[in-house]
Ligand binder design. Structure first.
Ligand code: NAD
Length: 437
């Protein structure tokens, strides 16, 4: 099948590459000339495990190409995916200006039947809006479908290649058949392709992210209460996770969720609700809890040292909003580091992949270290902010030798308190009793 993907970001690049990998001819389009220029030269603009190899193979086999010329891409493709950003707008709802522009351009350049599919996360009613935009610009036959994406950065290829389910929202049989054909290679182990109305598909994506964000905030509040009452959130997590009605995933407390999806999608659904006269109180609280949770680690630092951290040196391990990505959009690390800097502290940071992003955000206000141990030299404490695997089993003796004090504030509970005590550290985590060296 001939496919074009408009918007070559975390979602569009992965989707386009995976469609090419299953034998389709794919053109990925972006307005960002720098990004497309890099891709045309074989450089991958984002970090996503496994992506580079797939892109290189599919480009070499001429199934995958990159362009800024949307007209040419739309002319060759039967199916046009819209995977542009839908950032938070001024009122909290999704800013659909990129989606509208992409739809208008498809409408102007299509020269026969096209299936236009939104992969971007868009509010209910967007498929209908796109239909109107297209109808005003073309005489050709077309269908519109909603096909929300559920991939996770850091595991995006695997998620796309082996989705738990595929959601297709369309009222057209032809569109549903085309999408089922396109997705058939990815659902060979009987994962369902769920056909529904565009409205239900659009709502499904927001419902999924709301549910997950709510679990994170609920567990964070449970952890904060564990801190107060002397319970251990790890035990509590196990105690509830084996209940099949609850399940094990998304039960880990921490420093709050970030990234380009949960924060904006929770706000967008609250906004959609309010436009329909509903006050989505629960999700407003989910967001509020999350904002406060980003402060929990610095609060622990301050209750250990006192409010003034002037001249103190803190090592921060982990900047990306989660492991295995370089994405720092709304990462909790930003709020944490800003708060440390505001209190007069010096920050020495390390992240395996996100340092270039951090430089864009903090410039020379913090110091960057390519090697995680280097950040520890003379540090008053270490803050663990992202749970990268490479932080899980470090050389604790070496760490203790480098640091001014053996003190760790672990925002992701990646170490065991008792082991940390044995290693000679004073150790604070989230929802578990602190231990003293
Ligand atoms: P991104 O910012 O990484 O990429 C969006 C790309 O679209 C950018 O490269 C931008 O230059 C390009 N673009 C904007 N307008 C364009 C136009 N008119 N023509 C061509 N290109 C254009 O965003 P992302 O993280 O890939 O997210 C895209 C959408 O997918 C969002 O709606 C997001 O909510 C949703 N989503 C994201 C994830 C994720 O993990 N990142 C997961 C599921 C869904």
């Amino acid at each position: 099948m001939k496919v074009c993907v408009i918007g070559t970001g975390y979602v569009g690049l992965v989707a386009g590459t995976c469609f090419a990998e299953s034998g389709n001819d794919v053109v990925c389009v972006d307005v960002d000339e720098g990004k497309i220029g890099k891709l045309q030269q074989g450089q991958i603009p984002i970090y996503e495990p496994g992506l580079e190899e797939l892109i290189k193979r599919n480009v070499a086999e001429k199934r995958l190409a990159f362009t800024t010329e949307i007209a040419a891409a739309v002319r060759v493709a039967t199916v046009c995916f819209i995977a542009v950003g839908t950032p938070q707008g001024d009122t909290g709802g999704a800013d659909l200006s990129y989606v509208k522009r992409a739809a208008a351009e498809i409408g102007e350049h299509m020269d026969g039947y096209r299936l236009i599919v939104t992969k971007s996360t868009v509010p209910v009613g967007t498929a209908a809006m796109i239909r109107k935009i297209l109808a005003a610009r073309t005489k050709h036959d077309f269908d519109v479908a909603s096909n929300p994406e559920f991939l996770k950065e850091g595991a995006a290829i695997d998620d796309f290649m082996r989705p738990d389910r595929v959601v297709i929202g369309t009222s057209s049989q032809r569109a549903a058949d085309l999408l089922k054909e396109l997705y058939a290679p990815f659902v060979r182990t009987e994962q369902p392709i769920l056909a529904m109305s565009p409205e239900s598909a659009e709502m499904t994506k927001y419902a999924a992210n709301s549910m997950l964000a709510a679990r994170v905030s609920l567990m964070n509040e449970i952890a904060n209460l564990c801190d107060k009452v002397g319970a251990d959130v790890d035990d509590v997590r196990r105690g509830i996770g084996f209940d099949r009605r609850i399940g094990q995933s998304f039960l880990f407390p921490g420093v709050g969720y970030g990234g380009s999806c949960f924060p904006k999608d929770v706000r967008a659904i609250v906004q959609t609700a309010s436009e329909h006269g509903l006050d989505f109180r629960l999700l407003r609280a989910v967001e509020e809890v999350n904002e406060e949770q980003k402060q929990v680690l610095v609060e622990k630092v301050k209750s250990h040292f006192g409010a003034f951290l002037v001249g103190m040196k803190f090592a921060v391990w982990g900047l990306a909003f989660k492991p295995r990505t370089d994405d720092m959009r709304l990462a909790p690390s930003i709020a944490i580091i800003e708060r440390l800097l505001a209190a007069g502290a010096h920050v020495h940071a390390h992240d395996p992949e996100a340092m270039h992003e951090a430089r864009r955000i903090f410039g020379d206000r913090i110091t960057y270290h390519r090697v995680n141990y280097d950040a520890l030299e003379g540090a008053d404490a270490l803050l663990v902010v992202t749970e990268w695997n490479e932080f899980r089993r470090p050389d604790f003796d070496r760490m203790r030798g480098l640091m001014k004090r053996p003190l760790i504030f672990d925002g992701r509970n990646i170490y065991e308190p008792e082991q940390m005590r044995q290693h000679g550290f004073t150790y604070y985590s989230v929802g578990r009793r602190p231990v003293a060296a």
